[in-house]
Design a binder for this molecule. Sequence first.
Ligand SMILES: NC(=O)c1ccc[n+]([C@@H]2O[C@H](COP(=O)([O-])OP(=O)(O)OC[C@H]3O[C@@H](n4cnc5c(N)ncnc54)[C@H](O)[C@@H]3O)[C@@H](O)[C@H]2O)c1
Length: 367
Amino acid sequence: MQKNRIHYVQRQFASQIKSIEVEMRLVSKETIQVAVLGVGFGLMHVKTLAEKPGTLRLKMVCDMDEARLEAARRALGEKAEGILFTQDYHDILNDPDIDVVDLALPHHLHLRFTEEFAAAGKHIMLDKPLARTEEEGRAIVAAAQRNDVQLMVAFNFRFAPMYQAIQKCISSGAIGQVLLGLTRHNQRFYYPGGSNWRNSKSVGGGAVIGSGVHNIDFMRFCLGDPSEVYACGVNDAKRLDAEAGAAVVFRYASGTVVNFFCNWCKSSHNADASAVFGEWEFFGETGELRIVLDKGLCVSRLDDSEEVVDYDKNATIITAFTNLWRHFEECLRTGKTPLTNGEEALKTQHLIEMVYTSMKTGNPVCF
Ligand SMILES: NC(=O)c1ccc[n+]([C@@H]2O[C@H](COP(=O)([O-])OP(=O)(O)OC[C@H]3O[C@@H](n4cnc5c(N)ncnc54)[C@H](O)[C@@H]3O)[C@@H](O)[C@H]2O)c1
């Protein structure tokens, strides 16, 4: 009895600590002030936040590259008014009014900057992938936990209406148990003379971690974690010192198999469905689900019926980023854990690591 009581008191105490922790993470100010660091792809976040979604307000934009910073200012036009543009990230770090920083930086900088901003008490939106390696990813998650700040990884596919519709179709059993999945990423990746950091493995370059991470994370969103991975990488040493592509097979304990073709070797600029959306096909026990260019998402069944799934067809990439930021806003207001929080992103990172291990050893790798 005494022992039970101690457990009860401990539990009560633990739940008090938990609610204090959650309290600490809440942002209760009228507006949530955000800064974006890095305006390569970060320009997408800048444009999204400049629309003032919900109670989120863009206060500062930083890039050490002056030309890029100016381009960001020009891209905003009149909306740039009132936003501070700076080349020195310490301006974000030292501004107590900034609640959230969006880190849109090359992969080798994710750990260093997450640690620095988390220690300054800033909540963090981190561009995908979480990190270069699982080990770095764990350090990033630990930095956020240690400093009691929220961490969300910007896996924007999960917030795009079409992708959300795919996930809903699968989880609602619209095609029955999934037997086979097929996904492709096709991209022209051509930066002559190694002029881009993504060319280089050591800073986190490579087709799988750079682009394939989206497909792998979305596969996990739909189907959960596979039990086995087999991957073959492709090199194109004249262009990249990281992999230029890979063919990957994911096997699930349920028997489901997903085939992933990740390609940075495309020569042309022409956009097929896989370049526009990433291509997805799922074949289930009772039907199949496909993205069809000009039609959208189609479900075909064994009884020969076909259904075009309804979702917001006018949605743009900005819609996905707006949804992503509104979700983070809700988490900051309520203490809710983001859908793509650090631990969730670590699981995707683990699969990336399995892919690379399989590519290196030539053997299948178990989860
Ligand atoms: N979600 C997507 O679809 C998507 C697409 C592209 C890139 N990304 C991600 O965005 C992140 C950034 O990639 P990118 O393609 O924009 O890289 P990039 O090199 O084009 O841009 C990074 C920017 O950060 C700036 N920067 C670096 N260190 C800095 C510092 N110390 N202070 C100030 N500025 C600094 C650079 O000057 C550069 O302009 C990566 O994590 C990448 O994977 C996501």
